[in-house]
Structures are given as C-alpha cells and as structure tokens.
Design a protein around this ligand. Sequence first.
Ligand code: 9MR
Ligand code: 9MR
Length: 571
Amino acid sequence: MPNLKLVTKLFFILLLAQYGCSTPTKIKKQNGSDDILINQIGYPLNAPKIALLRIDADEFQLKNSDDKTVFTGKCNDWKFWELSGDSVRLADFSAITVPGEYTIWVNDSVCSWPFKIENGVYSELADAALKSYYYARCGVDIDSFYGGKWHWQAGHPDTSVMVHTSAADKTRPEGTVISSPGGWYDAGDYGKYIVNSGISTYTLLLSSTLNAEFHEVQNLNIPESENELPDILDEALVNLKWMMTMQDPNDGGVYHKLTTKNFVGFVAPSETNEQRYVVQKSTAAALDFAATMAAASRVMEQKGLKELSKKMMEQAQEAWNWAILNPDVLYRQPQDISTGAYGDYSLSDEWFWAAAEFYINTGKRQFLDKILVNYQKPVTPTWNTVHTLGVISLLTSEKRDDFAEMEKDFMAHVDLLLKKEQLSPYHASIDKFAWGSNSDVANVGMLKLIAYQLSGDKKYLDSASNDLDYILGRNATGFSFVTGSGPKSTRNPHNRIVASDGVEDPVPGFLAGGPNISVMNDCDPKEVVRSPYPAASYVDKECSYSTNETAINWNAPLVFLVSGIDYCYPQ
Ligand code: 9MR
Ligand code: 9MR
C-alpha cells in the first residue's frame, strides 16, 4: 500500500510547483479559481490590468513569484450583469509595472492562475494564432519538422472537383471536373468557402501592412519561412492562390464554395474521399473575391511581385464585371447540399468594400460613385457585413484626406465601443453574443487598434488590450478561448483535425467561437448543460459546434489584435 498521506502531500507540492500559489496551510484551491478572472497569459507593462472577482472581499493582494505581497488594492462595488447572470467586483492593479510572474489573492485563501507582467508577453501567442493557418492547410502533408507533435497526412487534393448542378452552364456543364487545390479548411469542417475566405484573408493582409514591423521579423517555422516574404504573407498566399482557382475563367463568376454534399464525420483529412463540388456562383462571392484580390494585388505590388499583383487585379476586375452583369445572384442552398451556407442577402456592403479597394488601386470615378451610393456607417465587421473593411482600407490609404467624414463616423463607432466597455460590469465591448462571439470581441479590438493608429490616442490601445484580456480568460466562463494559451484554455474544439490527430493536446493557436445561445442542443442536452445566459453559455466540448468550433474568420482578427498589441506596447 502506498503511503496515502505522503502521496497527497507530494501531489500538493507538485501542484504548487506547477501553479505557483503557495502557503499550503491556508490554501483552499491550489489551481486558479474561477472566482478571480484574469488574463491567463499576462499583461504588457504599460497596459491597464484588471481582474474581476466573484468573492466578497474589500481588498485583494498581488503576490510575486517569491510569494511576497507587492500590492494591496481595493475592490470596487459589486456590479450585476444581466448577460452573465452574476455580479463581479473589479480589482485594478494597473499600477504594477515591474516585470515578473504574479498571482492575485483574496482573503489569503483564494488565488488566481499565475500570469506575467512584461513586454512581449504575447509573442508566443501571436505566432501560434498565425500558425493555426498552417495547420488548417488543405491538401498538404503537415510535417513534424514544421508541425512538431502535430502532424498528419494530406487529404483533399481537390484536383478533381465536380461542378455541381447549381453551378453548371454551357462551358462547364454539370459533372465537369475542375482543379481547385490548396487553401485552408474553413473551420472545424473540411469545406472551403469564398465569402468567409475573403474577410479572413483580407484581415491577415491588413495585419501584414498595419503591423508590418512586427510581422517582418516573425518566424513561424513554416515551409516558406526562409523566403523573402514575411510568413504572414506566405500564409495569406496559400489561400489567395486557392481563391484564384475558384473563378470560372469563361465568365469571371466565382463559385460560392467547395465542399462535399454533407459534412463528413470526425475523421482525419486523409481518411475521407467523398466527392467534392464547386457550388453555385454568387454575387457575394464575386464581390468578396474582387475586394480581397484587389487588396492583395496592392500588397504584392509593394513586395515587388509584379506579375502576381497584375494577375490578381485582372481576376478582381473579371469578378467585378461578372457582378455588374449579375448584381443580385443570392446564394440558395441546393436541396442535396447541407454544408455551411454563408448565405448573405444584403449586398450593398460587399459592393462598397469592392468599390473601395478598386478606387484605391485605380482612382476611377465609377468606383467612387459606387462607394458613395453604398456607404453605410461603420460597424464591427463579420463575414456578411464587410463595408467597414472598405472604410479601413480607405482610411489607411493615401486617399484618407478625401474621406474625413467617413473617418469621423469610424471614430464615432469606436468611441461607442469604448463607452460600452466602460459601462459593462465585465468590461466587455460586446453586448450581443452571436455565433462566433469571440471573433466580435477580436474584431472590436482590431478596430480600436486602427483608431489608435489613426489618432495616436493611447486610450484606444488600452481598450484593445482589454478585449484581449477578455479572450484570454477575463470573461464570464473563466476560459482562455485560445487553444494552448493558458492553464484553463479550450482543449476540445469542434475541429476535425484536432479530433483526429491522435495528440492529446489540441493544435495550438485556435480561437474557439465562444459563448452564445443560438443553438442549445448541439450536444446532447441530457449530458451537457449550458448556461442560459448568453455571455456564459459556452462548453469546452467537441460536440458544441455553436460555441466551440474554430474558424479562419475568427482567428484572423485575433492575429491582428495580438500582433498589434505586442507591437504597440510599450507606449
Ligand atoms: O461539423 C459541422 C460544423 O462545422 C458546422 O458549423 C455545424 C453547423 O452547420 O455543423 C456541424 O456538423 C454537424 C451537423 O450540422 C449535424 N450533425 C452533426 C454534425 C457534427 O457535429
Ligand atoms: O460563422 C457562421 C455563423 O455566423 C452562422 O450563424 C453559422 C450557422 O449558419 O455558421 C457559421 O459558419 C460555419 C459555416 O457555415 C461552416 N463552417 C463552420 C462555420 C463556423 O461554425
């Protein structure tokens, strides 16, 4: 019989060594408590630093790694949030600017997870968030040299994709076989969707230009890392090159998506060989394609890739021409297809975005006219609401001065987000928890970073840092929503690769969709109980596609946010 006492003692010593909380005699919880919500990775030196407490105490302590109390602070009053169904007290320790590892203590008995205070605290996370796209590549072996313990064989070569009935025409009748290899898997499924590819790829391109110095020196150890381009552009090119194959060269139309008829099971990429189809051309796909290609064409031109840049603009123009002739071909999911629809039924934002990118590249009056006709005030972007992407392109281009009114509207939207954050008991800048709510938080943070670059006012940077805190654990669930980032982070995303790679730890760097109450029965409700409160309704279960899937459009603003914050502090 092992000596139980000794084993228990050893267990505690090990736990303490791992998590840094000490004073064993007083400890109630050795692990970080969900009653102290913090950013589980940490904080840059000059960033605001707050924790949220669900414990009744007037004071909190900050201890360093030597277990010394270095700061005692007062907790604010309780505040109730109807979206999480509970109350929290705010603990502010922004005053601490000495680098180190810390824990927060309350009543000398409850402690937080340990976290760091230092500049460059997010560099590992920034690499992981971007490298998630390498792991999402379709049709290539993910090699252990690059992937480490996460590696698998290629699936989905996509060299014989069939033209679906919905996409058939004279030059490419039903059953025609085309080749459309490469790109990224959209999400936890193996589909490739143009509408969602547009915003995702554009957002990475935007980070490559607005956070340029950060990305110039970033090395992800991907197959292209040794070439001249920053890795973020190599990765963006993987998807751009695939997108270029989704255009029908006969008429310039762009297929909405490339998928199987139905979602396949949770198996490895190489274990599926169901027929894949290109499905219906749509105006949304053509315009998102046109906008993304035009933006990419600019970036490639700047990098000296003249031929590629020219080709991208030509294809963008072809797609635009098709859209002019086919201005309202909405995507209608065919009866025999049940994969993601990305159906978008209002297109003026897509027109605006594409026109803005074309106007920057060409200066032509016809595009300015389209911009003016389709203008709407900026909002937080999502896959089906993209005009703000056009606004961002204009405001960060040489044409900025001509759009002073638009800039006012943009700043007004961001100011509203700041106000929302200040008023929220949880300091959240969102008050609607849609499917993929975490990407709304990341996109909000991205807008604030852009406002910071436009205005130079540090309040925007600080507020963006607050959004990252939310994503990394200071939220109503207590989870850090990025795989591999933080002791209590997402481990079981709804992602077929993560589920099938045979490795216990999830592929790092993926952002989970996050809390929402859109679908409450994705998991068996008898086995999995979700909070009825939108801000808390999240489960770290593979079955929960509505809260725990990963997606390229969710990771892209995370890449922007985390890279921008790492790059902008110290300030
Ligand atoms: O795995 C699918 C995921 O990528 C989608 O976002 C989700 C919603 O469309 O659907 C998932 O697939 C589920 C399907 O809709 C219903 N049967 C179970 C599938 C896997 O959980
Ligand atoms: O992100 C999409 C979300 O806005 C929709 O509400 C949801 C249901 O239609 O679909 C999400 O997109 C999924 C896509 O349809 C298929 N791949 C996985 C995507 C993320 O769940």
